[in-house]
Write a protein that binds this ligand. Structure first.
Ligand code: ZN
Length: 281
């Protein structure tokens, strides 16, 4: 299977779906990460913090745009190696995006045509003016690009149409697992990442410039993936909403549902301690 991710910033690929990607990499799937912006403005912690110090490191304080961008790319390249992401496509737009742009839609459509992914992972789009602006614009760009790529015609464009089979939208901050709750808005797919969480932590540790390494990586994973794991009945999970409905020949019951014992699963999933298993180096 070919898996593509489309995110606004370099670190999003790891924080949102790094565990899922590691599992697919281990299964032999090809993974392409598309990053729309250079991410220089998002969490520039190390540079902003250094500038406040009296004995500041002059190389950090004087770092220019090119150095900041190249450093962040290096962080993602190292993280990608740990996770098993084979290809990174950096589009290098400025982070300051608040509307969907035709040129970016074209670029993403071209990448869909080039890599022909079976599935794509992106952020769940929320109100762009209230929260998550760049993340939502990235997903709206992707959805427009999906339509554009599906309309490619060899006679007109020199390339054939691409119909991506499914899109998984992550990052919906809704903690409920049944269809009658929260007006039906819920994550309808949970991936158990417990077996690969060490790689997700190591990959997050790479993003030192934005303060994502060390204690933060462990806190985010135990708090967020831990809470979704509680819903999933496992230690740690990544949540998704399926963009399209699925067609099957029979009603599905998952292996997890077959194996789950509601009376004892609270014991098994609560034994995993992220900080004890993966202490800060
Ligand atoms: Zn982001």
């Amino acid at each position: 299977m070919r898996v593509m991710t489309v995110y606004a910033h370099p670190a999003d690929t790891i924080t949102n779906c790094g565990g899922t990607l590691a599992l697919h990499a281990d299964a032999g799937d090809e993974i392409v990460a598309v990053i729309l912006t250079h991410g220089g403005r998002i969490h520039p912690n190390v540079y902003a913090e250094e500038a406040r110090k009296e004995d500041a490191d002059s190389s950090l304080v004087a770092a220019d745009r090119a150095e900041i961008i190249e450093n962040k790319k290096g962080e993602l390249r190292r993280a990608a190696e740990i996770i098993g992401i084979g290809t990174i496509e950096f589009l290098d737009h400025d982070d300051a995006i608040s509307v969907v742009r035709e040129d970016m839609v074209d670029q993403v459509a071209e990448l869909i045509a080039k890599h022909r992914p079976d599935v794509i992972i992106a952020d769940y789009p929320q109100n762009p003016a209230v929260t998550n602006s760049a993340h939502t614009i990235a997903t709206m760009t992707l959805i427009a690009a999906l339509d554009r790529a599906a309309q490619f015609l060899k006679n007109l464009d020199g390339k054939e149409e691409v119909n991506v089979k499914q899109v998984f939208l992550g990052g919906l901050p809704v903690l409920t697992n049944d269809a009658l709750s929260t007006y039906g808005v819920r994550n309808d797919l949970l991936i158990d990442i417990t077996s690969v969480v060490g790689r997700k932590i190591a990959a997050m540790d790479c993003f030192a410039s934005q303060g994502y390494g060390g204690p933060f990586a462990r806190k985010l994973i135990e708090a967020s993936n831990g809470e979704f794991g509680r819903w999933a009945g496992v230690a740690l999970a990544e949540p998704y909403v399926r963009f399209r409905s699925e067609t099957r020949s029979l009603l599905p019951v998952t292996d997890y549902a077959e194996a789950a014992d509601p009376l004892t699963r609270h014991v098994s999933y609560s034994q995993f301690d992220v900080r004890r298993a993966f202490p800060v180096a």
